[in-house]
Design a protein around this ligand. Structure first.
Ligand SMILES: [Zn+2]
Length: 84
């Protein structure tokens, strides 16, 4: 996916609004959790994922159809996906 840079103002309470288009693209519903990584002169935010979307495992994620999935669950999904 192509990276997008967005400039937003921080309000008096320290809030930054994510644009509707961005929330929809990233499937961020109200009360979704966002993880912030802070380093140097940047703050990086991403959807917070507590574990594999299929089984909840917290180790060795890989990207499978844009979702974090462990290797075991990805293998199960690939085995059950009909060949095209
Ligand atoms: Zn899994």
């Amino acid at each position: 996916m192509k990276a997008t840079n967005v400039v937003q103002r921080v309000d008096d309470l320290g809030r930054v609004v994510l644009q509707v288009k961005l929330r929809r693209e990233r499937e961020l519903e109200s009360n979704s959790e966002v993880e912030m990584s802070v380093g140097g002169n940047y703050i990086l935010s991403r959807s917070y994922v507590s574990g594999c979307v299929a089984c909840g495992d917290r180790n060795e994620f890989m990207d499978f159809m844009a979702k974090p999935v462990c290797r075991a669950s990805a293998g199960t999904q690939l085995a059950s996906t009909p060949a095209s």
